[in-house]
Design a protein around this ligand. Structure first.
Ligand SMILES: Nc1ncnc2c1ncn2[C@@H]1O[C@H](COP(=O)(O)OP(=O)(O)OP(=O)(O)O)[C@@H](O)[C@H]1O
Length: 269
């Protein structure tokens, strides 16, 4: 796998000029297994969308090499399951970087796809319609697609949501396998016990960075209190730092605070 890292430089991401992730800086070393944790609305999905590139930075930058291959699993709620597709169609999308969208699948592709389905516990499911899958089975199929993508950087948005214990165990095992293969894996997760048990690094968000580092040092009661109560300090009508602001955030990083977050601790990467 590529040994190149992913970095954020004073990154601000948002919607309609409203920042949802403020002034994030830091580096994700290649091969990291990083959990992204925070309350609802704290900017976790926004950060993944920024890394993928579907959301352009309002300010600052995301640095990743153009050669870095990326796999992204959005939240299941963003997937249209009524689309008439078979498991085969859904999973074979993982081959398109190699084959092109309309390229013919070769016998070896079919073998790889069957192997990926077997690896996620969905042997024999290729011709099933995706609308007939349970939530857990659909998540397994999406993991099979990630397997086929053979990516350097894997981004998973709440992959453990609404799946049973056995499925969580199996998905965690796949994530650990990707980590062992030295891929960089970022996972948005809500279950703190699971994060503590399986994720060496954690990035704690509250629309801004609360803390980022070894999981045991990040998920402390004090940090969690800061992260979970950020809504109290949140005012949707507060004035925002404008995109294109010429203000040099990097130079006076510690001096710059938005007034609605002024009481919060600024974490270090
Ligand atoms: N498409 C959008 N347009 C406008 N605002 C958005 C959009 N998507 C997200 N937001 C807002 O950005 C903020 C961060 O949302 P985001 O989805 O990144 O949070 P999250 O941490 O992933 O939350 P959850 O745990 O609920 O999935 C929220 O206030 C949300 O309402």
């Amino acid at each position: 796998m590529s040994q190149q890292s992913l970095a954020f430089r004073d990154l601000t991401l948002g919607y309609d000029r409203h920042p949802a992730v403020h002034h994030l800086s830091g580096t994700v070393p290649a091969g990291s297994l990083l959990a992204i944790v925070g309350a609802n609305g704290s900017g976790k999905s926004t950060l993944l969308k920024g890394i993928v590139g579907v959301l352009k930075p309002m300010d600052g930058a995301i640095l990743r090499p153009a050669s870095m291959r990326l796999a992204y699993l959005p939240q299941q709620s963003e997937l249209d399951r009524s689309f008439p597709a078979r498991v085969f169609d859904l999973v074979s999308l993982g081959l398109w970087p190699r084959r092109g969208l309309l390229g013919r699948h070769k016998a070896e592709d079919r073998d790889r796809l069957e192997a990926a389905l077997a690896a996620v516990g969905l042997k024999g499911f290729a011709t099933r319609g995706i609308d007939t899958l349970s939530g857990g089975q659909l998540q397994r199929a999406l993991f099979a697609r990630v397997l086929l993508q053979d990516a350097d950087l894997i981004l998973l948005d709440e992959p453990f949501n609404a799946v049973d214990h056995k499925t969580v165990e199996d998905l965690v095992a796949l994530i650990k396998q990707w980590h062992a293969e030295k891929r960089t894996v970022l996972v948005v997760a809500h279950d703190l016990e699971l994060v503590r048990a399986h994720f060496p690094q954690t990035l704690l968000l509250a629309r801004r960075l609360v803390n980022w580092g070894p999981t045991a040092q990040v998920l402390t009661p004090a940090n969690l209190a800061l992260a979970l109560h950020f809504h109290e300090a949140w005012d949707d009508n507060a004035p925002w730092c404008a995109p294109g602001d010429t203000h040099d955030h990097a130079r006076d990083d510690h001096a710059h605070e938005h007034h609605h977050h002024a009481h919060q601790h600024r974490g270090a990467a």
